[in-house]
Design a protein around this ligand. Structure first.
Ligand SMILES: NC(=O)c1ccc[n+]([C@@H]2O[C@H](COP(=O)([O-])OP(=O)(O)OC[C@H]3O[C@@H](n4cnc5c(N)ncnc54)[C@H](O)[C@@H]3O)[C@@H](O)[C@H]2O)c1
Length: 278
């Protein structure tokens, strides 16, 4: 797998934390030239510094993926200075926890802007260049929730991730003839700061923070394995693959289980906040 990334020029959005950070460090360790792009420049600088300190090649960049012009400018700059762009990891993401009844339009907008439009902006900036180069690999981070038929309490997030899965699968078909590869990463639960920073909206949302999950390093290693093998849909870890299989083979059962999960969450709430289950 080491050879798959040697001397490749890669941009990773959301590279300052969690899965993105682990992707940056592992790509740099495998010989790639990594641009750590994040809204949080200090975090990007820290990760790039860590990668360089370990003997790799990396540079930080401030990027807000919701700004199409900024994304375009970054990709143009990197491609001009580095002689092209081999890999773009559209990884930046945010979430919101709560029942749809309690969400404001602004809650939806924030999640869709980063998770879906951010990916669209990355595709718009990088894909035409990759087509012109006749090579390149786009790797979009969706989620296992982008493969499951129902995800109570996370509707905007799940909707954005379903859209990213669909966009990625379609672009893979279109890009093949141009030599451009497209993969979508669908991790299960990964222990990253996203779970603590995700806003909780309304009185009916469950407490933040679930137990279990894999490390961001294990997640990134699984994703890079899938990228090196040019997998269309990369689901990590094995337990998430089992869940994805359930969603595909028995969607009715998956929806029923989602309903049971919601009912359990509601039972745990104070009586005033809990709606009656129908
Ligand atoms: N952690 C999980 O359990 C899990 C599971 C499945 C999928 N994912 C997805 O993995 C990706 C990475 O998440 P993570 O868990 O590492 O989260 P994280 O919060 O640790 O990292 C997200 C990074 O994205 C950056 N970011 C946020 N908004 C941005 C913007 N507008 N422009 C540029 N950067 C921005 C943040 O500054 C942060 O550094 C996300 O797309 C997330 O939805 C996470």
């Amino acid at each position: 797998m080491r050879e798959a990334f040697r001397d490749r020029v890669a941009i990773v959005t959301g590279g300052g934390s969690g899965i993105g950070r682990a992707l940056c460090l592992q790509l740099a360790a495998r010989g790639a030239v990594v641009v750590v792009a994040d809204l949080d420049l200090a975090a990007a600088e820290a990760v790039a510094g860590e990668a360089v300190g370990a003997g790799g090649r990396a540079e930080p960049a401030r990027l807000d993926v919701t700004r199409a012009e900024d994304f375009e400018a970054l990709v143009a700059d990197v491609a001009a200075r580095r002689g092209g762009l081999d890999l773009l990891f559209n990884n930046a993401g945010v979430g919101v926890l709560g029942e749809v009844a309690d969400l404001a339009v602004a809650d939806w907008a924030r999640v869709l802007d980063v998770n879906l439009r951010g990916v669209v902006h990355g595709v718009a900036a990088a894909y035409p260049r990759m087509v012109a180069q006749g090579r390149g690999h786009l790797v979009n981070t969706a989620s296992i929730l982008g493969l499951l038929p129902a995800t109570p309490l996370m509707a905007p997030y799940a909707a954005s991730k379903h859209a990213v899965v669909s966009l990625s699968r379609t672009l893979r078909v279109e890009g093949a003839a141009h030599g451009v590869r497209v993969s979508v990463a669908c991790p299960g639960f990964v222990r990253t700061p996203i779970h603590a920073t995700m806003p909780v909206v309304g009185p009916r949302a469950p407490p933040r923070g679930l137990l279990g999950g894999i490390s961001p390093e294990a997640c990134a290693a699984g994703v890079l394995r899938g990228v090196a093998r040019d997998r269309a849909v990369i689901v990590v870890p094995g337990s998430a693959r089992a869940l994805a299989l359930l969603g595909r083979l028995a969607p009715g059962l998956a929806v029923w289980l989602a309903g049971r999960y919601l009912a359990k969450q509601r039972r745990a709430l104070p009586p005033a906040a809990a709606p009656a289950d129908g």
